[in-house]
Every structure is written in structure tokens, then in C-alpha cells.
Design a protein around this ligand. Structure first.
Ligand code: ATP
Length: 845
């Protein structure tokens, strides 16, 4: 492999050619969803089969028109179910695509982030700690490279890898534990070691939703209840001498209509639709159940840099030779040693072909800011970099909070170190003061710490630089006996939208907590600006945290708003402490070391831009824009979705209760059957399908973010929902029966009376669907037209009813009569009266 290859990688054209020839770097997918399978699974229901068989029998016995219509209704129901389920599967699939891994490659000399599927043999990969290796490769350049190959070998200890030893092969699916490297792709797709044992890797987990499980349980109870009632209705009918077949068909139809078979499925639809809405707001949900939990979030622990702040860094001040220089106020005297320390001990990439230095630097914003502070032009930087060659490095890591390099500057080797000031000072024995190396006395030390304190109170992020030119060893001991040079103070402004988001959290009873590796004062200054905290007493440092036992931490944690100078391993303790106080914790993370905390949190959140693959895989949600405000939007969506699920559960169950009760009451009071089987099925079709789905996408109540989060194990029927369902459902049933009796009272024939009952039942459900839109507000307060889907669905259902009532051919199929104005009066009265009373009650309350 020649130098040029190592530098420029493949050309785009060559990569495209290889991709075409050898195919994508993809493990074959198992069991894709098939639409046909989904369609037929709709009939995978015992009760539906009983209905089909019963219908077939009644068809042979002469009721042909009835039989055909029932079959058509069954098929239409299946189509509705199919649409729901297919949409769900499709959106889940789309989700998987989105969460697909990416890879950093160099092509035509430029660093690009591509979809890992586009990798081809020969590509030059850039790997960093936390990356999941996207193909089988050979390392060509590396430092401190360790891989976790447990996925392949089961061994969970890291394996050292190096291009200089025999152990230079790295494998798809394994993880870079530490260090970084460049690697050449040697196998892709099914030809990789991973491909040989394909199927082990699953990027998205379709965990079972607890809510869905609970509803499936509830569904089973309801099925039994419904069947019992249907049997009673059927038997009373037969006992009273009605036609056995008709009564049997009636019972089965009632079972089909009343059993809320869609309940659990519709929860998935609502969750999946919510997921796609969250995606529009830049939150990518990886685990469906997380959507439910999001709504209960009571604590959001967020990283500072990049999530609360913009991650757009600029050096604002420098401290050296005993003085703080402010960039905006004065010109800063040249300090060559500091310039070298910050430029050589720096991992950002540099595209030397362009002119504009701001556009030519890529990498960690802290590091690019340092370079921009010293260089205005590309040429100048290139000349400076060409004067020295890096021979060794220890990369930055947030636990150590420092980084070091050994540079060969022609005649000799010099070590440069940069990192958090306290850490650096602890390793310094000398100080460079106006060009002279002196012993670092406590006087000097105090002065430095004072300067750091001053800068950090101005919200500046401080980085110190140091060096040494003797006693240079590769490895342990390299960072001892350093010579202190100076400190840079970098500003990273808070994101604008965060302040509002924090306020929104407060109103919603959610606490925002900052977790940062930065200095206590810097963290406090930013926290104060964002209204995350008021007093210094709310800040605790990693050092203080280490002194607390888990129990002490847990008793203190409620009073802490900022954890400063913490390391990733502290995060796990913090999550556990909050959880021990029964809080539902959302926790962000980006680096590899954050993964355990992200996994432990109720909602693990990773960063789409700066996050590592390992953390993304451990998380249940990815922030595509790394923004804190997005977390709050996601929590809001979580609440909306949960609310909507409650809405349609309320609707479906009270309607079904109304249907069952109508038939039950009629048989109890020896009335004629108020509805024929075919009419019951029509009610089911007209009211259960579309309106319920439309409720699932209902816009939120305006006060959705102004209450406390709900407890995690709260029943879906809590806060009076079950009472609402029972009362309203019973009233629907009673009113329908009353409409039927009223018809009898006025002496109408049986067909007209049934038509009255049918219309009342349908109309009261269609009115009720609007009531279900809010638990706190009456029909008069909610704006009817804010959910156009619902208005559309209701319009379709009403049209359906009108057709059945007035189209002659339909009249004969559904055994109905066209109602006159007076009869409509009865319908409107009985379907509207309850809603009116209920709304008046809510309105005046
Ligand atoms: P957050 O957890 O909010 O993202 P952070 O990004 O500020 O916090 P770290 O990146 O761990 O946390 O940085 C902690 C400290 O380490 C910084 O205050 C700074 O002093 C030092 N530091 C940050 N980046 C570098 C770097 N590239 N090289 C050397 N030191 C660094």
C-alpha cells in the first residue's frame, strides 16, 4: 500500500464501481414483513371464524343477502386492521433504516460520513473509541487501539490490536474500546466473520410495550365477559321462542362488535405514529416502549457541552506569565510554547487545500477553537505543522481529562500535554514564566488557580497547556514533571431554545439536571443563565461525590442541580441515586464510558451527531440534533401519545359497553331485539375503525405540559377513566334502548324502531368521540376542527349511516327504514342529551 493510498483512500468513482460489483455491506435480513401475511393474519381470530361459519350456514339456509353483506363487512374490517398494522410495520422498518450505522471513511482525500452499507473493500476507515467496526478490516495506523470482541469470541476483555504486530485484523460488529486508528476494509457484508454467524446483530429492539401487554391481558378479560353476555342474550332470545339461527348469529355478531380486538394493536399504531412525529422533532426512538416511559419522565440529566450549549467554541481569554489577556480587549502577546502545546497536542483534522481556516478544520470544537485562536491562515498552520512530526500520543479521554503527544521537532523530541487545569497542575513541577523555567511554587499555583476561577466564573471552559523536553518515555510516566505554560478560556454559549425548554420542564414538574466534565464555576455560570440552578449550593463536584456513600448521595440528590467535574463513571451512580428516589430518569450520553449509565436510565438518550455507536446502541432514544430542547419535545410527545391512547381506550370501551348493554337490557326487559346481527356489525364498522384511529393522532390539550408527570406504574384507567367509561357506556346503552322504546310508544313498526335504535347508537358514539378528545374540557371548549382526521372519519361514518337509511337497495340489505324529520328528532334527542348534560357539567365545573 503506498503513501498516497493511505492518505487519500479510494476515489468516489472507484468506490461506486465496487459497490455495484460486490453489493452493499449488509447482513441479510431475516423475515421481512409481507403484506399478504399481515392481511391474512387479520382473520386469525377465533370469533371471526365463528362468525364466518355462522354466516355461511345462514347463507345456505336462505338469508343470502345477509350473508354476503356480513362477509363484506368482515372483509372491510380486515382491510382496516390491515392498514393499521401495515402502517405500523412500515414505520418500524423505516425506523430501522434510520438507525442504521454510519462509517467515517476517507475518499478522494476527504473525510466523509457514509452509511455503513456503502462501504466497499479497499475503503480507508477512521475509527475512534466507541465506534462499532462496520466491516472486517486490517489496521494500517493506530494508537492505543483496543477492541472488544466479545460479540465474536464471548471473551469480554479488550484485545490489543496494532498494525505493527500480527494482531492487526479487526472484525465487523466488534467495538473500539480505546484509542483510534485507520483501517483498510478487507471484507464486507455476508463475507465477513460476522456474516458467517449472521443474525446476531440486531440494531433495533422491538421490546414489548408494557402498556400493550397490560391491554392484551385486559382484552382477554373483556373477551370472556363479552362472550358470557352474548350467550345470555342468545339464550334468552331462544328461550323466548325466537329463531335459533338468528339468535346465534346475533350473539356472534355482538361478540365480534363488542370485543375490543383492536385495543392492543391500536396502541402500537399510536406509538408508531408518535415515533414518526418525534422524528420530525429530531428525536429518534429506538425502543418503542420508551415512548410510554417518556411521558413519566421526572428528571432529565443532560450533558452540558453540545446539548445545553451550542458546542460552538471560541477562545476568549488566555492566561500566562501571571496575567489574563482578554481577546476582545487587547492584542495577546505571542507565546510560542503555548501555541505549540495547543496546536501539536491536538487531534482535529485539517484540509490544507482550502483558504478559509474556519472551514478547513474538522473535529472536536474545543480543539478547533484552540487552533483558530493562534492561526488566521491555512498556509501559516500548514507551515507550523510541517515543522514537527508526531511520534506518539495518548488521546483525550473524559476520565483523565487530558491528552498528550510526543513530537519530533527535528533535533529533539518534546512532549506536549493539555487538559483540565487542576489535572495539569498536579503533574507540573515547573512553570514557564516570561521565558524562564522556574520551580512551580505554591505561590504560582495559587495564582493559576485564581485565574482559572476568574475565567470560569465568566462561563469560560478552561484548558491548560504544559510541556517537557527531558525524561520522555512512551507510556506511563510521560505526563510527570511537566512545565506549566498557560491556560486558554473558551466560551461555549448556551443554546437559545434551552432556556424555554427548561422553563417548560419546570411547569411540567420535571427537573433539569446538568452533568458536566467542566469546572464547577463554568457549569454554575451556564446553569444560572439557563435557570437550571440558583445557588452555588446546588452544585456538587465529582470529587465531593466520591466522598459520599450511595445512601448519602441518594439523600442529597434532590437538592443537586449540577454535577460538575464528573467522569462518565459517576453518571451511573447519579442515575441509580435518582432511581432510588423513585424518579423516572432520562440521561444523556455520548462517549463509550457513558453507555452503562445510558443503559441504566429509564430513558437512555444518545447523541446523533457526537455520540458513539456503543452509546447509541445502549440508548432508547437518539437526539439527531444533540439538543436538550429536543428531549423536552420528546417528553411532550410522550405525554401526548399516552393521552391519546387513553382517549381511544375510553372511546372504544364505552362504545362497546353501550352496544353490549343495548342488547343485554333489551333481553332483560323482554323487548324485541333492538338490533339485527347485520346492524350490529354495521355499528362496529362505522364507529370502531376510523374514528378510533383518528383519536390516536389527536392534537394535544393545550395544558399537556402543565401538570406533574404521571407515576410510571399508574394504571391506564387511573384518574377516573374507568368511571367515565362505565357511566358513559351505560348511558349510551340506556339511551339506545329508550329510543327503541320511544319508537314502540309512538306505534312505529319494528323496522323503524330498529332503525331508530341503530341511528341513536351510531350517533351517540359519533358525538361521544368528540367528548373523548379531552378529559378536562367540555365539547364547547375543544375546537372541533383542530382534528380534521376525526371530522373526516365522523363524516364518513354519518354518510355510511345515511346511505343505509335512504338508499333503497341498502334499506333492504340492512332491514332499515328511511326516518322522517320527527323520527330524527328522537335520534338527536337521545344521542345528544347526555353529551349536552355532561358538557354543561364540565363547563360550569
Ligand atoms: P459534558 O459532559 O457536558 O459534555 P464536557 O464536554 O465539558 O462536559 P469533557 O469533554 O470531559 O466534558 O471535558 C472536561 C474537561 O476536560 C474540560 O473542562 C477541559 O478542561 C478538558 N478538555 C476538554 N476537551 C479536551 C481536549 N480535547 N483536550 C484536552 N483537554 C480537554
Amino acid at each position: 500500500m503506498n503513501e498516497r493510498d493511505l492518505h487519500d483512500g479510494l476515489t468516489q468513482a472507484e468506490a461506486a464501481r465496487r459497490l455495484k460489483k460486490y453489493g452493499p455491506n449488509r447482513l441479510e435480513k431475516k423475515n421481512k414483513v409481507s403484506p399478504i401475511k399481515i392481511f391474512f393474519s387479520q382473520f386469525n381470530d377465533f370469533i371471526v371464524w365463528v362468525l364466518i361459519v355462522a354466516t355461511a350456514i345462514s347463507g345456505f339456509m336462505g338469508e343470502k343477502a345477509d350473508a354476503i353483506t356480513i362477509l363484506i363487512i368482515i372483509i372491510m374490517n380486515a382491510v382496516l386492521g390491515f392498514i393499521q398494522e401495515y402502517k405500523t410495520e412500515k414505520s418500524l422498518e423505516a425506523l430501522k433504516e434510520l438507525a442504521a450505522p454510519t462509517a467515517k471513511v476517507i475518499r478522494s482525500g476527504v473525510l466523509r460520513v457514509i452509511n455503513a452499507e456503502e462501504l466497499v473493500v479497499g475503503d480507508l476507515l477512521i475509527l475512534e473509541s466507541g465506534d462499532r467496526i462496520p466491516a472486517d478490516c486490517m489496521l494500517v495506523e493506530d494508537s492505543n487501539f483496543m477492541a472488544d470482541e466479545s460479540l465474536l469470541t464471548g471473551e469480554s476483555v479488550g484485545v490489543e490490536k496494532s498494525s505493527r504486530t500480527k494482531n492487526s485484523s479487526i472484525y465487523m460488529g466488534t467495538i473500539v474500546l480505546t484509542g483510534k486508528g485507520k483501517a483498510r476494509v478487507i471484507q464486507t457484508g455476508m463475507k465477513t466473520e460476522m456474516g458467517k454467524i449472521a443474525g446476531m446483530l440486531q440494531s433495533i429492539e422491538n421490546d414489548r410495550s408494557p402498556l400493550k401487554e397490560k391491554l392484551t391481558q385486559l382484552g382477554k378479560v373483556l373477551v370472556i365477559l363479552c362472550i358470557v353476555i352474548c350467550v345470555i342474550v342468545t339464550l334468552t332470545g331462544i328461550w323466548r321462542g325466537q329463531d335459533k339461527y338468528q339468535m346465534f348469529l346475533l350473539g356472534v355478531s355482538l361478540a365480534v362488535a363488542a370485543i375490543p380486538e383492536g385495543l392492543a394493536a391500536i396502541v402500537t399504531v399510536a406509538l408508531a405514529l408518535g415515533v414518526s412525529r418525534m422524528l420530525k422533532r429530531n428525536a429518534l426512538v429506538r425502543k418503542l416502549p420508551a415512548v410510554e416511559t417518556l411521558g413519566c419522565t421526572s428528571i432529565i440529566c443532560s450533558d452540558k457541552t453540545g446539548t445545553l450549549t451550542e458546542n460552538k467554541m471560541t477562545v476568549k481569554a488566555m492566561y500566562f506569565n501571571g496575567k489574563i489577556y482578554y481577546v476582545d480587549k487587547e492584542s495577546i502577546p505571542e507565546n510560542l510554547s503555548l501555541k505549540k502545546a495547543f496546536t501539536y497536542c491536538n487531534d482535529c483534522n485539517f484540509d490544507h487545500s482550502g483558504d478559509n481556516i474556519a472551514k478547513s478544520l474538522f473535529g472536536d470544537p474545543t480543539e478547533t477553537a484552540l487552533i483558530k485562536a493562534f492561526f488566521k491562515e491555512n498556509k501559516e498552520l500548514k507551515g507550523f505543522l510541517d515543522k514537527a512530526r508526531r511520534v506518539y500520543d495518548i488521546p483525550f479521554d473524559s476520565d483523565r481529562k487530558m491528552m498528550s503527544v510526543i513530537m519530533n521537532e527535528g533535533s529533539k523530541e518534546i512532549c506536549y500535554v493539555k487538559g483540565a487545569p487542576e489535572r495539569i497542575i498536579n503533574r507540573c513541577k515547573y512553570i514557564l514564566d516570561k521565558g524562564e523555567v522556574k520551580l512551580l511554587t505554591s505561590d504560582y499555583r495559587d495564582k493559576i488557580l485564581k485565574a482559572v476561577e476568574t475565567m470560569s466564573f465568566d462561563a469560560l471552559r478552561c484548558i491548560a497547556g504544559a510541556y517537557k523536553d527531558t525524561g520522555i518515555v512512551k507510556g506511563k510516566g510521560l505526563e510527570d514533571n511537566l512545565i506549566f505554560i498557560g491556560v486558554a478560556g473558551i466560551i461555549d454559549p448556551p443554546r437559545k431554545e434551552v432556556k424555554d425548554a427548561v422553563l417548560k420542564c419546570k411547569m411540567a414538574g420535571i427537573r433539569a439536571v446538568m452533568i458536566t466534565g467542566d469546572h464547577k464555576n463554568t457549569a454554575f455560570a451556564i446553569g444560572k443563565e439557563l435557570n437550571i440552578c440558583k445557588n452555588q449550593s446546588e452544585v456538587i463536584t465529582g470529587e465531593e461525590l466520591d466522598k459520599l456513600s450511595d445512601k448519602q448521595l441518594s439523600s442529597k440528590v434532590d437538592a443537586v442541580s449540577i454535577f460538575a467535574r464528573v467522569s462518565p463513571h459517576h453518571k451511573l451512580r447519579i442515575v441509580k441515586a435518582f432511581k432510588s428516589k423513585n424518579k423516572i430518569v432520562a440521561m444523556t450520553g455520548d462517549g463509550v464510558n457513558d453507555a452503562p449509565a445510558v443503559k441504566e436510565a429509564d430513558i437512555g438518550i444518545s447523541m446523533g451527531i457526537s455520540g458513539t455507536d456503543v452509546t447509541k446502541e445502549a440508548s432508547s432514544m437518539i437526539l439527531l440534533d444533540d439538543n436538550f430542547a429536543t428531549i423536552v419535545s420528546a417528553v411532550e410527545e410522550g405525554r401526548i401519545i399516552y393521552d391519546n391512547i387513553r382517549k381511544f381506550i375510553r372511546y372504544l370501551l364505552s362504545c362497546n359497553l353501550g352496544e353490549v348493554l343495548t342488547m343485554f337490557l333489551a333481553s332483560l326487559f323482554y323487548l324485541d331485539t333492538p338490533l339485527l346481527p347485520i346492524q350490529i356489525l354495521l355499528v362496529n364498522l362505522a364507529t370502531d375503525g376510523l374514528p378510533a384511529i383518528a383519536l390516536g393522532v389527536d392534537p394535544p390539550d393545550s395544558d399537556i405540559m402543565s401538570g406533574k408527570p404521571r407515576p410510571k406504574n399508574e394504571s391506564i384507567f387511573a384518574r377516573g377513566l374507568s368511571e367515565k367509561i362505565i357511566v358513559r357506556g351505560s348511558l349510551i346503552g340506556v339511551c339506545t334502548v329508550l329510543a327503541f322504546i320511544a319508537g314502540r310508544y309512538y306505534g312505529y313498526d319494528l323496522t323503524t324502531c330498529r332503525t331508530l335504535a341503530l341511528s341513536t347508537l351510531i350517533m351517540s358514539q359519533l358525538i361521544h368521540v368528540f367528548e373523548c378528545r379531552s378529559e378536562r374540557h367540555s365539547i364547547f371548549e375543544i375546537k372541533i376542527f383542530t382534528n380534521p382526521y376525526l371530522v373526516g372519519a365522523v363524516a364518513i361514518s354519518i354518510t355510511m349511516l345515511l346511505c343505509v337509511l335512504y338508499v333503497p337497495f341498502m334499506q333492504s340489505v340492512f332491514h332499515t327504514a328511511g326516518l322522517n324529520l320527527g323520527q330524527w328528532g328522537i335520534v338527536i334527542f337521545f344521542s345528544g342529551i347526555i353529551a349536552l348534560i355532561n358538557s354543561l357539567y364540565l363547563y360550569f365545573k
